[in-house]
Design a protein around this ligand. Structure first.
Ligand code: ATP
Ligand code: MG
Ligand code: ZN
Length: 496
């Protein structure tokens, strides 16, 4: 039995698929079996034409290709290369030793050109995990292949190159890491934000302690500007984080970074009209949603109350669990999803409630309905509620450039190294908190009607604040600052 190794992408993982070719007696047919979807069935046309273009005519025999395992639905066009090589091997036209142990993925054009596919990085990871030692991928995916560890990765741009290699007549090109000079993101910098000391401080705390932030303020106050710059103060990803970020990007079909060192944290800002499937993930086959695409980076939800109700509801669980699970009839798909979430909203429909200079034109009823869209439970998920005020034009002009992102990022990095592991139990949260601080917190919780979740979040944030100022014990000052970030718990009406 001839068997060629391929893989099937589901979510951000790849599963092994064995392409078996058999030439039997009987009528001349060319069949593909093993739950192939239409795109895979159409593979017959592409493979036949591509092989013909490189001088190989499929003999008019009884040819059956089986994609195993039979209970996994096969979609997409990435099986073309494996199918083509399985046929050639079944016809004794290539050397079998080279076929065994080699993952082959890629879509074939009618001309025999090998076209890039989505998910090469998860495919290579799965190949290594099942003991394969080599892989052949399309040259267009080389920048992704270069990130893989633990197996030899070759690339080709035409099926003829692969045939030549399998026949031991020519070499294939090995993929290499290509590091490019580190350009600092897209030029955004927190130094561009004038004034706004409180909001910038909140972003620093968020970055240091991985706390979700909700900005509330009038139009033009700089909420979007601030949120977009959170990414610039997050620490450089570790190589494990970089691998995870790159694997997700590969499954999504994004441009590959060429080297792990080039991987930057993602920033995703889905529009508020996006569907739950687009945000959480879904489809068939399952594809990652925005929460996964932002994993390891920042998910920005601008105009939070405008998001669909069902999206907000699902976000609640995701924000707490750090992963999503999508249930399908045949399988369960798990995907990592722990971005730092930053959201922005106006205090009311007109945007000026609580503004010292402009009058709010909304009826109390409208304000209440607007706020109700972001129900208590979602607001509760944010560790830091930050009221952002407008900086008047004159003050904007007169104030200096603020501290640049690079300096803040350094502090964030140092603080993260100092921080104890995330607290798991209430005892952990209460450890190293001084007595006065606890008393202050409990009084405030009673007086302001803060929920149990809010109480724990306050403690968490206070621990980060203490770590930022290199103190081991949480004091009243740290608790007092943390309490300032519960603006939306304090009062539903006025934000001061
Ligand atoms: N503190 C600031 N420093 C420098 N520029 C600012 C500042 N605040 C606002 N701006 C300028 O005002 C523009 C509008 O800010 P931004 O879009 O972030 O406001 P917003 O709070 O998101 O408003 P909206 O509620 O309408 O979405 C920014 O692009 C920037 O040019
Ligand atoms: Mg905005
Ligand atoms: Zn208003």
């Amino acid at each position: 039995m001839i068997e060629v190794q391929a893989g099937c992408l589901v979510g951000i993982d790849a599963y092994p698929v064995h392409v078996e070719a058999r030439i039997g007696k009987g009528l001349p047919v060319f069949e593909i079996v093993g739950l192939p979807e239409r795109g895979v069935r159409e593979s017959r046309v592409r493979v036949k034409s591509a092989l013909a273009a490189s001088g190989f005519e499929i003999p008019p025999r009884n040819l059956v290709l089986n994609l195993a395992p039979g209970d996994l639905r096969k979609t997409g066009s990435s099986y073309d290369l494996a199918i083509a090589m399985a046929i050639m091997a079944a016809c004794d036209s290539v050397q079998l030793e080279r076929v065994a142990g080699t993952l082959m993925i890629g879509e074939l054009a009618l001309t025999g050109e090998l076209r890039p596919v989505r998910g090469v990085l998860p495919q290579l990871r799965s190949a290594r995990e099942r003991g394969l030692t080599r892989a052949i991928i399309p040259r267009g995916n080389a920048a992704e292949g270069a990130l893989a560890r633990g197996l030899e990765v070759y690339c080709a741009s035409h099926v003829t190159e692969v045939i030549e290699w399998l026949s031991d007549r020519d070499e294939l090109e090995r993929v290499h890491e290509r590091e490019h000079q580190h350009e600092e993101g897209n030029g955004d910098d927190l130094g561009d934000v004038r004034g706004q000391a409180a909001a910038r401080r909140a972003l620093e705390i968020a970055a240091a302690g991985n706390h979700h932030v909700l900005f509330v303020g009038p139009p033009g106050a700089g909420k979007t500007m601030l949120a977009r710059r959170l990414r610039t103060i997050l620490p450089t990803p570790s190589s494990m984080e970089a691998t995870e970020i790159a694997t997700i990007a590969s499954a999504a079909g994004f441009d590959a970074p060429g080297s792990l060192k080039n991987v930057t944290r993602p920033f995703r800002a889905p529009h508020h009209t996006a569907s739950a499937a687009a945000i959480i993930g879904g489809g068939d086959p399952v594809r990652p949603g925005e929460v996964t695409l932002a994993h390891g980076g920042v998910l920005f939800l601008d105009e939070l109350p405008e998001f669909r109700r069902d999206v907000i509801e699902t976000l609640r669980t995701t924000m707490e669990q750090g992963q999503v699970t999508i249930a399908r009839a045949r399988q369960r798909v798990d995907m990592p999803a722990s971005p730092l979430v930053v959201a922005a909203m106006n205090p009311c429909p007109c945007g000026y409630a609580g503004d010292p200079e402009r009058l709010c034109s909304c009826s109390p009823d409208r304000v209440a309905r607007y706020r109700a869209k972001v129900s208590g439970p979602i607001v509760d998920r944010f560790d830091l509620h930050v009221v952002v005020r407008r900086v008047p034009p004159r003050a904007l002009r007169q104030s200096e450039r603020s501290e640049p992102s690079r300096a803040i990022r350094q502090r964030v990095q140092q603080t993260r190294e100092r921080m104890p592991p995330p607290a798991a139990t209430l005892e952990d949260h209460l450890a190293n908190v001084d007595g006065h601080a606890l008393q202050l917190l409990e009084t405030a919780v009673d007086r302001l009607g803060i929920s149990a979740r809010g109480y724990v979040k306050c403690l968490n944030v206070a621990h980060t604040i203490a770590a930022l100022s290199e103190e081991k014990v949480v004091s009243s000052a740290h608790i007092a600052e943390a309490l300032q970030y519960r603006a939306l718990d304090r009062s539903r009406a006025d934000l001061r």
